[in-house]
Design a protein around this ligand. Structure first.
Ligand code: AKG
Ligand code: FE2
Length: 191
């Protein structure tokens, strides 16, 4: 998974006019996460969600879903089911990559629904930067037409924010940026 994600990072760098090595180098050392999601059947699936609408706070997600189906992405103002394809992964951009590209790549809003019949499982690999490495956009992606959109931060701080203060949703990066700026101005007030 690490290797696949590095290759994708090489291609994403090229797509932005950066060197192929740019994001590969950035993520060569990483504090990535592997998570198994387990969704039991539910008698009233219309009253709940397996995973509520959110963007992944991480950088890149490589998701394997079983054949049950349940993943949905939000595009063109509606939810679309992502039908499972045997042997295929679903690849999503997350908030940290959105910040690294100064908003050129957008994180993808998604959710998972449940059903009355069948257990569903998915396995997600989340590519993340090293915990303490500053997340700052590539210089070539910031200019007068595209000013800085997000403050510098560390993955450690965003992870803590989503785990301790704020449940990841569709506005995570905006809420987090505000929180970072508040913390910085509070620190300036303390002599
Ligand atoms: O189970 C799924 O298909 C989605 C899981 C997910 O969005 C997540 O783990 O962040
Ligand atoms: Fe997710």
């Amino acid at each position: 998974m690490n290797k696949v994600s590095q290759e994708i990072m090489g291609l994403l760098g090229i797509s932005l006019g950066l060197d192929q090595a740019y994001f590969k180098d950035f993520f060569e050392q990483n504090d990535s996460i592997l998570r198994l999601n387990h969704y039991p059947p539910c008698q009233k699936p219309e009253l709940t969600l397996g995973t509520g609408p959110h963007t992944d706070p991480t950088s890149l997600t490589i998701l394997h879903q079983d054949q049950v189906g349940g993943l949905q992405v939000f595009a063109d103002e509606k939810w679309h089911s992502v039908a499972p394809i045997p042997g295929a992964f679903v690849v999503n951009v997350g908030d940290t990559f959105m910040a690294l590209t100064n908003g050129f790549y957008k994180s993808c809003l998604h959710r998972a629904v449940v059903n009355t019949e069948t257990v569903r499982k998915s396995l997600a690999f989340f590519l993340c930067p090293k915990l303490e490495r500053p997340v700052t956009p590539a210089a070539g992606l910031v200019n007068a037409e595209n000013p800085r959109k997000y403050p510098d931060f560390t993955w450690a701080a965003l992870l803590k924010f989503t785990q301790n203060h704020y449940r990841a949703d569709m506005k995570t990066l905006v809420a987090f940026s505000k929180w970072v700026q508040e913390q910085e101005s509070n620190n300036k007030l303390i002599p």
